[in-house]
Structures are given as C-alpha cells and as structure tokens.
Design a protein around this ligand. Structure first.
Ligand SMILES: Cc1cc2nc3c(=O)[nH]c(=O)nc-3n(C[C@H](O)[C@H](O)[C@H](O)COP(=O)(O)OP(=O)(O)OC[C@H]3O[C@@H](n4cnc5c(N)ncnc54)[C@H](O)[C@@H]3O)c2cc1C
Length: 390
C-alpha cells in the first residue's frame, strides 16, 4: 500500500488529498496550524471567491509559457464543487458559495477528506525533508512513497520561518524569485494624509518609462502611504517586479472616467465648486494643489496650461511608485517552483513521486477567484496520477 504525505492542509492540499485517496493507499496531510484551511477562511473577505467565468489565460501569470495549457480545463474546479453539492452565487462572473461564507468551502473540503479516510494531522510543522532510496523522510519521523508539497506562500500570513522554498531548494529545483503580488503600493508624495481613507471609482494604469503595462478599472482606496484596492492589486504584479529590478514605475489614475471636461464644466460654478459636486472634497483639494489649479476661477477663465493641468489631475493623476507592501499585506506570491520543473501532473521531472501544487508553484492569478482556481486545479491534476499509483 502506497503512503502519500501531503505537506499543508490548505486549498490545494485538501483538494489533492480528497481526490488521491483510494482503498488501496494511505493519505496523510500534515498541517502546521491547529486547524486546516486557514487561508480559505480569509479569502474573498470571508466569502471565498473560488472561481470566475472569465477564464482567459491572461488572468494567470508565470515566467514559463507552460502556463498556456494548464487552465484550458479549469472548469473542472466548478464541476468538482458541483459534484460535492456546493451551491454557488455569482456576481459579475465571480463565484462564491451560496452561503456567502468561506467556512462552507473549507468545512466541506475537510468533511470530504474525513469521509474518504484521509488522515489530517494538525499542529505538525514539517521542517526537514530528505530522501533515502525511494522513500521521503519527513522531520526524521515519518516516511512515505509519494510526497506532495502544498505549503502555499508567505502572502497574507505572518510567518517566522517559511520552509516551502527550502524544500524545493533541497531537491535542487529551480525557483523563480518569489515576490508579493496583489499588494498595496507605496508612492512618492507628501499629501497622502489628506486623502487617507477615500474610496472612489477609478481607472488605474501602470507604466514603465511611459510604456503602458496594464490598465484596470474598479474601486481604488487612497491611503496614507499611497494606493490600494482591487484595481491597484491587479496592476501591482508588474510594478513589484520593476521595483525589484531597481526601476521607478509610474501609476496614472483616471478619477473621472464617466465625465468629459465638457460634461463637467457646462455651468457657472468655479472649478472647485464643480469638482466638489462629483468627487470627495478632500480629493479635490489634493488634485487642485498638486496640479496648481486656481480654485476660485471658472474653467473657461483658466489659461491653456491650467486647463491642461485640470485634464492631468482628473484623468491622468500621476504617482511615482517607490515601494510595495510586504508579503504579509499581499494576497498572493508571484514566483515559486518553475513550471519547467514539473510535468502535466505537477510531478517534478528530476525527483519522481515528488509533486508540487498550489501557490508554491510559479503561478499567480489576478483578483477574482483565479488563485483558488489555480490551487484547486493543480491539485486535481496531481491527484489524477497519484490516485492510480500502485
Ligand atoms: C487575504 C486573502 C484573501 C484572498 N482571497 C482570495 C479569493 O477570494 N479568491 C482567490 O482565488 N484567492 C484568494 N486568495 C489567495 C488564495 O487564498 C491562495 O492563493 C490559496 O489559498 C493558495 O492555496 P495553497 O493550497 O497553495 O496554499 P494555502 O491555502 O495557503 O495552504 C497552505 C497550507 O500549508 C501550511 N503549511 C505551510 N508550511 C508548512 C509546513 N512547513 N508544515 C506544515 N504545514 C505547512 C499552511 O499553514 C497552510 O495551511 C486570498 C489570499 C489572501 C491572503
């Protein structure tokens, strides 16, 4: 009877355990926390956005072009949850459990694992892994024939020591430099305390040397260090990489996507009076001050340079990004085990019977359910092979 050990009882580890377990094998999941699925519980603001109708490949990112084929059958994730009776609700193509509670997903996965006879051992941190012949040895304590690494990443969690990358390193596997993604951006400026706490609709665009990298629409949160919010998270990936390369990327914010200059200033009001009727007054003051726009003049009375500044301040408010918030503040990690190290079942090519799934891989997705889909799908694909091992 083959013994399979899975390190990490998160989204990918639980999914892999359930679908790998048969009557002919033993499946053990080792989890360092006192309960499984902690990050599932945190996900989607406690609602767990686990899938998205838009499965375009550009929603998923990796350094390897192997990514292109992986998500062709991501519908398997939805099919799986359907098959175990999860009912869902959708909003703009985003899928949540019908209960709107991430506990539903986490509890169902734990129950399914228990029903199948998976042995989940909590409060067990793996800190060493070695190999003797065909066997893997864990903490000089447990042995197994098949080892699955599903430790996730350091994102969103306060880790003293994260061992996931050390395990990969110990098998000489190539790691793409892990960096935070879906994270908050620290910007240059001295006015941030004036706009701190404002939430507003915007289009944000990222630039490297005036070359447009990405544009995202949604809610932006203006903070005392710079910018946050889902649309900022979704442009943060490239920006973090540029900063890591020593560059100074730029962000431009369009605060006024719904109104043209003509729509706005067709009245007898001053510039400030007009803008105060559309945007948060504190934000209006920041825009007027940064772009040296006279508050008390009407738009028609501004000179050409001032009119140009109004356009900039409203439609292309520019910020230099100087840093990003750390792993703990990020939702996901870019980088991880190079996809070139694994086959289609996420078994490492160099070390047979060693599987790597979930966020420990060099795959990260946009906000919108893509990261859980990736965790679940890579787990399903690994278990396709593991369950048949004799
Ligand atoms: C605040 C927040 C909100 C999010 N919201 C969403 C969302 O709505 N939709 C979405 O798609 N994604 C979301 N994500 C991302 C998503 O939760 C992760 O990408 C996903 O959980 C990764 O699954 P995983 O199995 O790889 O890792 P995890 O789910 O993190 O599981 C890894 C497990 O391994 C354990 N572990 C680690 N090291 C060891 C060790 N040495 N020994 C034993 N156990 C170990 C950990 O304790 C953990 O339980 C969110 C992330 C955060 C932080």
């Amino acid at each position: 009877m083959k013994r399979i050990i899975i390190v990490g009882a998160g989204a990918s580890g639980l999914m892999c355990a359930i679908n790998s377990k048969t009557n002919l094998n033993e499946v053990i999941v080792l989890e360092k926390n006192s309960t499984p699925g902690k990050k599932i519980l945190m996900s989607g603001n406690g609602r767990c956005n686990f899938y998205n109708d838009d499965q375009s490949i550009n929603r998923y990112h990796s350094n390897s072009n192997k990514i292109e084929n992986i998500f062709e059958d991501s519908i398997r994730v939805l099919d799986y949850f359907n098959s175990i009776g999860i009912k869902y609700t959708t909003k703009n193509g985003y899928y949540y459990p019908y209960s709107n509670k991430s506990e539903t997903i986490s509890n169902v996965l734990i129950n399914e694992a228990n029903k199948k006879g998976v042995n989940i051992i909590c409060d067990y941190e793996v800190n060493t892994i070695s190999k003797e012949g065909n066997e893997f040895i864990i903490n000089n304590d447990l042995r197994c024939d098949v080892l699955v690494l599903s430790t996730g990443s350091m994102s969103g969690i306060n880790y003293d020591i994260f061992y996931g990358y050390d395990f990969l390193d110990s098998f000489n596997l190539e790691i793409v430099r892990p960096l935070p993604s879906l994270t908050k951006l620290i910007c240059e400026g001295s006015f941030f305390n004036k706009w701190n706490g404002i939430r507003t609709k915007a289009i944000v665009s990222s630039f490297d040397n005036d070359i447009l990298l990405k544009e995202e629409e949604g809610e932006i949160l203006l903070t005392d260090y710079g910018i946050s919010g889902i649309c900022v998270f979704n442009i943060s990936r490239d920006i973090v990489k540029l900063l890591d390369d020593g560059k100074t990327p730029k962000v431009k914010i369009n605060f006024m996507e719904d109104f043209s200059i003509e729509d706005l200033f067709n009245n007898d009001l001053t510039v400030k009076e007009t803008l105060d009727r559309v945007l948060d007054e504190k934000l209006v003051d920041v825009i007027l001050n940064k772009y040296h726009i006279p508050k008390d003049k009407k738009y028609d009375d501004l000179n050409n340079e001032e009119k140009n500044n109004v356009r900039h301040g409203l439609y292309a408010f520019e910020l230099n990004v100087i840093d990003y918030k750390d792993f703990k503040s990020s939702q996901v990690t870019q980088g991880g085990l190079s996809l070139d190290e694994v086959n289609d079942n996420f078994e490492t090519i160099k070390v047979p019977n060693l599987y790597v799934i979930g966020e420990l891989l060099d795959i990260d997705g946009d906000c919108g359910g893509y990261n859980l889909t990736s965790a679940f799908l890579t787990a399903l694909k690994a278990s396709d092979k593991i369950k048949d091992l004799k």
